[in-house]
Unconditional design. Structure first.
Ligand code: MN
Length: 189
């Protein structure tokens, strides 16, 4: 199924950035996101406050959450995830240093990358259609197939408002792990 570009959703992303100063992508590559898999990325971002950015491809952009403490594999741990502006799909390949004084100034490194599936999608149902519905309803159930992150995660919205707050929680499955701290275990790209 061809996937439409959602460039209209990148206005906030572009408004916040000066592309003559930052090496971040402007999001005008029409060939991005044309692969068969739906992409996800987690970037470790050493901005003023170190955080992890979780991004899930949906409708031609990357839905994005800033997760201060990063993901956990322990189903007993809820990690705050603040929804931020949609990012271009090309951002999945971005690593580098955003100059000080620019929006998000600091170093961005790709911490994990792979594909996602909507857990509630039926056999003939489009994953993005399910994700769109769940994103609107504030309750997402998604399986990640990355190098480091595997298995099913929940994203649950707890606060709407201009900067919606969500919780990122590992579901109980074979990839759950109460004993390791995956963010401490992998501190490189
Ligand atoms: Mn960030």
């Amino acid at each position: 199924m061809p996937r439409k570009r959602g460039s209209g959703q990148l206005e906030e992303y572009r408004r916040k950035r000066d592309f003559s100063r930052t090496a971040e992508p402007a999001g005008d590559d029409a060939s991005a996101g044309q692969g068969s898999a739906l992409e996800f990325v987690v970037q470790k971002h050493a901005a003023r406050n170190l955080h992890f950015d979780l991004r899930l491809e949906l409708d031609g952009v990357m839905k994005s959450w800033a997760v201060p403490k990063g993901p956990s594999l322990d189903p007993g741990i809820k990690r705050l995830a603040m929804e931020v502006e949609d990012h271009p799909i090309e951002y999945n390949a971005f690593e580098g240093t955003i100059p000080e004084g620019e929006y998000g100034g600091g170093t961005v490194m790709i911490w994990d990358r792979g594909s996602w599936f909507a857990d509630e999608a039926g056999p003939d149902e489009d994953d993005q259609k399910v994700m769109r519905r769940e994103h609107g309803a504030g309750k997402i159930s998604v399986t990640l197939q990355g190098e480091r992150l595997h298995g099913s995660f929940a994203l649950v919205r707890t606060d709407r408002g201009p900067k919606p707050k969500w919780l990122l929680i590992k579901h109980r499955d074979g990839a759950a792990d109460r004993t390791s701290d995956i963010v401490a275990e992998y501190d490189t790209s």
